[in-house]
Design a protein around this ligand. Structure first.
Ligand SMILES: [Zn+2]
Length: 249
């Protein structure tokens, strides 16, 4: 006697090794536990699950697992509309905002370039990240499956790839192009930039910048000046699908 768990999409690849190749996963029901606890005991964080069916009926995370139950566990869809309430996440996010763990720290700069509100500090501990999520709900991006299992993390994503460029694609594919506003945000402090007249910053520019560029923005927080220089060109070449339509900031 046991309960049966069918993991859909690529969810099975995130299970602990001993469960990864077993389809479906079967386990005896020896204690009273919610489906959320059982799923996480297999290694899969709740953040990766979009929908659960028990015996073909949709249930929430609190459903107690009983003998002979059949569970179907579905991944979040691509793209993922986090503004739409679901049974598992009744409080949707109003806007797409990220907090980036230091194991995928390279993502932060790219996401800011794309215009996403992105919190990141390489010194943050897990505890500090969780504390920040208490203050405001954001999507946690990380390669740490255990961090995603923390109760406070409502929205999160386990980043599959180890390579920064692929990680950027992963995130942008998942959260879509909505909210994309390239080169509108300070890469250092995440603050929205405002445009500034060339003559107002002329005294701070190197001769070549002064000669070749005419449009400038400034970060109201750290006073850094931005113009459509080489980093913009590099970004456009690396991610043409994202940046082709936008004008430089
Ligand atoms: Zn700044």
């Amino acid at each position: 006697m046991a309960a049966e768990y069918h993991f859909h999409g690529d969810l099975q690849t995130l299970l602990r090794r001993r469960w990864r190749d077993v389809r479906p996963v079967r386990q005896e029901v020896t204690r009273s536990a919610s489906i959320k606890d059982v799923i996480e005991s297999f290694g899969l964080p709740h953040t990766e699950v979009n929908r659960i069916e028990c015996n073909a009926r949709e249930v929430d995370f609190s459903r107690a697992v009983e003998d002979r139950d059949r569970f179907d566990i579905f991944p979040v869809p691509v793209p993922w509309d986090v503004a739409r309430p679901t049974l598992l996440r009744p409080r949707p996010l109003q806007t797409i905002r990220f907090i980036v763990d230091n194991n995928v720290g390279r993502l932060a700069r790219y996401l800011r370039m794309a215009g996403f509100d992105t919190l990141y500090d390489y010194r943050w501990t897990d505890g500090e990240i969780i504390a920040l999520l208490e203050v405001e709900n954001r999507i946690l991006l990380t390669r740490d499956l255990d961090l995603l299992k923390r109760k406070r993390v409502e929205f999160g994503r386990y980043i599959r790839s180890g390579r920064p460029a692929a990680q950027v694609r992963e995130v942008l594919n998942l959260f879509g192009a909505a909210g994309l506003e390239p080169f509108s945000r300070c890469l250092e402090c995440n603050f929205p930039l405002r445009s500034v007249e060339k003559e107002d910053v002329l005294h701070r520019l190197e001769p070549l910048t002064r000669k070749y560029y005419n449009s400038f923005s400034i970060c109201p927080r750290c006073d850094r000046i931005y113009w459509p220089g080489s980093h913009v060109d590099r970004m456009r070449r690396s991610f043409p699908e994202i940046f082709s339509a936008s004008s430089a900031g």
